[in-house]
Design a protein around this ligand. Sequence first.
Ligand code: SF4
Ligand code: SF4
Length: 747
Amino acid sequence: MSNKKIGVYICTGCGISDVMNIEVLEEAADENGAAVCHSNEAFCGKEAVEIIKKDIEEEGLNAVIIAGCSGRINYDVFDFGKEVIVERANIREHVAWVHDADDPDDDEENHTALHAADVIIMAIAKVNSMELPEPYKLEDPSKAILVVGGGLAGMTAAAEAAKAGYKTVLIEKEEKLGGWLNKVYKLTPLGEPYTELEDPDIDNRIKELEDNPNITIYTSAKINKISGAPGMFDVIIDKNGEQITERVGAVILASGAVPVEKEKLEYLNYGKYKNIITHPELEEMAKKGKIVRPSDGKEVKKVVFIQCAGSRDKEKLPYCSAACCVDTLKQVLYLKELNPDAMAYVFYKDIRASGVYEHFYKKTQETGAVFIKGEVDSMEKSGNGMLSLEFEDILMGSKSKLDDVDLIVLATGMVPTTAFGTDFKATEEAESDESEEAVPKDVILASDILNLEYRQGPELPTLKYGFPDSHFICFPYETRRTGIYAAGSVRAPMDMAKAITDATGAALKAIQCVEITAKGMACHPRSGDLSYPEINLKRCTQCKRCTEECPFGAINEDADTNPVMNPTRCRRCGTCMGACPERVISFKNYSVPIIGNMIKEIEIPEEFEEKPRILVFACENDAIPALDMTGMNRLKYNPWVRIIPLRCLGSLNLVWIADAMGRGYDGVLLMGCKHGEDYQCHFIKGSELAEIRLSKVSETLDRLGLESERVKAIEVNIMDYMEIPKILDEFAEELEELGPNPMKDFA
Ligand code: SF4
Ligand code: SF4
């Protein structure tokens, strides 16, 4: 017996009542136990909201279902306080706007109304099976922030967090703060008019931090261990052999990047000729006040800069380092300042001086520097320490030669400190060794920076080239360890201006994390979610699937190999719930029975009625917004579909497919985010895991004599909304060809 007293509020405006008979919806609400049911042109209007509030008070409602627009809008309007469950039944974008109008004179032609009624019935089933989540609150959460790395990004992050009033601990392995700032002569422009070089101003930057009472600085220090979770990380710092413990709520990794390994530049004769140097070596020279030939100390007259040295090359450094172009522009200006008579030649693939740096590029061009789009084919010594080059000028379409070059400067790319010295080929080979059905493993490189005490490994999981990240499009700072944020060039290759913005962004994220964790809410992407997974240990078989499949390292094991949940590390994706074969993991408002009841509660028409049913499990992150956009664009699709939003396809439990097929659905479609190298999955590998699980269900379906084609997984991103009608209609056609689900008769 449900303890819910539910009010159902049906919007008839926004074109909803134009395409369906609202009475069908009201009847469905009544028959399924709604205590109150009202219709109104727009429940988002002030007066209509008052009707709901009055009902809550007078009728004692503890749950409200708004049947109208998508739950992605008006959530602030439909907030009736902590004690009232609010569920949104999307009959606008997912029904009224995507189906043709029913024939008002024909009761049998009511596909659209039936669809909307089913959405309401599923919402009632969900509300009846769920409970209000209670926040998981730490006893004494820490709001301090640890910043690892005292370079430009780290110093900026520490300064920003401290300015916002947060205690900050800054750790630097060198004796002095500053990182690369200590090694460069000047900085590229950081502000308007974006044409002037800037002084590193290192002493003032350090002083600002030292003078801030909110900041504790440890130099010549490293981290021995970080244990715990957001709101309660315990950090053991080693400073000159002394062990110091700090408790913090969040961590910012700003350990920076280092120049690409020198061996990767040998193909450009680096190491063979003394007068071929790298960007950092030119900085060192400029700091001394003169740019000279290393071979004999003579002043240079002709200097060649070679861009993308080793970069954007599959065999060496496959990506663009994003800062080397502007660094070369800067060094051309050094040359003009320190050796005014010298000529500069820049060989480039593309000059990537994006955004405001276009001004800087123009300024450098005005110095008379020659920019040549082309590849250097060969280099050799031509006597007197000079070098000569043969090159292809792509824009002129010709081969040319440049003689009497004094100095060649290689624009060296950067490698994140998390990955320096990693043999990516070996990593890739190891990854490809995994059998197809295995859980995709995280790549954790042995970088000895954070030394996390996580069952899953001591450092951050990384993307392909060793950058720690969790979603490069939607959540740039969030790593795959909740409460640990990456900023600056360790996160992605970037110039100094970008590193400052990046560090500020990460500081804000860390602040959000400590605040939201203290309230017992999820950080991101389900910001504010109060639910968290609970494990019924009595029925747990200690199979470890939840521990292994959790993308965020939120589940540890105790000495008896029981799973131990770390709720503040958890992102509430439900992947563990989907993984658990015993179905003993659940959230108060999201569980295997809740979704199972939504599946089972709606009526499936008999075979002879020729009204097939397709169940769509759609991920809330991209698929649901895409479906919403399909509706907003009034693109029509088949009215046989019934959509159940999932937190992530990773939370898909195979029993739901069995439930759906047993109930008589003709087909099941899983709509998840794109995975693989350019993944979109907001929970890293949820859609991939769902596909792996699905490969197992196909065998079971075959064994039951049900065609495996009845269950299908597809990947969509939000921009695929135009494709959705085609995807759904084609699946409906395929199912029509297969004929009705033979299990219908047994349902
Ligand atoms: S809900 Fe997601 S993040 Fe939380 S423990 Fe389960 S798998 Fe991990
Ligand atoms: S997946 Fe389920 S049964 Fe396996 S260890 Fe986790 S909770 Fe226990």
